[in-house]
Design a protein around this ligand. Structure first.
Ligand SMILES: C[S@@+](CC[C@H](N)C(=O)[O-])C[C@H]1O[C@@H](n2cnc3c(N)ncnc32)[C@H](O)[C@@H]1O
Length: 265
């Protein structure tokens, strides 16, 4: 059912989503609050990396996971086996949901960025939300990225990576649009928040961890970039060397902001 997708569905990518979930959880869940909710709909749930965290943080929650990839859902079932009585799964395109119940909460993370019609996705979910349901979305804002020193190979790769996402119908800056998208979908009480990283040589260990994470994230797009002819194998290596060299610069800076939006139905 899935269409061409920036990160692909290979096992390494499925493991990357779990590692990413662990690494970013302290940032993502410092603000999100689903207390009082019991029945949550998660759109673009992937291999269940966020679902696992949601189940742990809010023990009252039952979660319905929707993803259009059979492969992701099969892996999610394994990853969430520890709570199998609290999760259910639907293989559907999020633009055209066909569900059987109403939900008092909606969660979306790193998924609208890949969906060509994000308002349609939100409208589709809205049909299954109770009045007053809590909605939290966390999404990328790739134009917020700043790296010092500004190295040409990593810049070229990053531009190609974002270009590929756009050509596949996604939006690498969808985070910046979350408030507008929520408004268009008819949600109220909209709040916009920012989270992210501003790292430098004052915390070299954290900077190193982030550069490692970032390299793996960017490389997850490599097969698609090669296939689209947007980048060569040599340019992938050069991007990696650039990112390794950042750590050696006494003025190194890594800055990135993601966006979180809250609303009610
Ligand atoms: C980057 S992954 C994020 C997964 C999970 N939210 C997380 O944070 O680990 C995006 C997921 O959205 C799914 N996806 C993309 N477009 C979709 C669509 N139109 N309908 C349903 N799922 C979709 C992909 O299959 C993928 O599993």
């Amino acid at each position: 059912m899935e269409e061409a997708y920036l990160h692909g569905f290979i096992p390494e990518e499925q493991q990357r989503l779990l590692d990413q979930g662990n690494y970013l959880a302290p940032k993502i869940y410092s603000r999100i609050d689903f207390s009082g909710c019991t029945n949550l709909l998660e759109i673009g749930s992937g291999v269940g990396a966020q679902t696992r965290e949601l189940l742990r943080l809010w023990p009252e929650l039952r979660i319905t996971c929707v993803d259009y990839s059979e492969a992701q859902l099969a892996q999610a079932k394994k990853n969430l086996a520890f709570a199998e009585d609290r999760v259910s799964f639907y293989c559907q395109d999020a633009r055209d949901l066909k569900l059987e119940e109403q939900f008092d909460s909606l969660f979306i993370c790193w998924a609208l960025e890949h969906m060509p019609e994000p308002v349609r996705v939100l409208e589709s979910a809205k049909k299954y939300l109770t009045k007053g349901a809590k909605i939290w979305a966390t999404e990328v804002f790739n134009s917020s990225f700043y790296l010092y020193p500004d190295l040409p190979n990593q810049r070229k790769y990053y531009e190609a990576y974002n270009q590929l996402q756009i050509s596949l119908g996604g939006d690498p800056d969808v985070g910046a649009q979350l408030g507008n998208l929520f408004k268009k979908a008819g949600f109220g009480s909209i709040e916009i928040h920012h989270g992210g990283f501003h790292l430098d040589q004052s915390k070299p260990d954290e900077l190193q961890k982030m550069l490692h994470f970032w390299t793996i994230l960017l490389k997850s797009g490599a097969p698609g970039l090669l296939e689209a002819g947007l980048i060569t194998a040599k340019e992938i290596e050069e991007m990696e060397s650039d990112l390794i060299s950042v750590l050696k610069d006494e003025n190194a800076v890594f800055f990135y902001q993601f966006v979180q939006a809250f609303a009610t139905n």
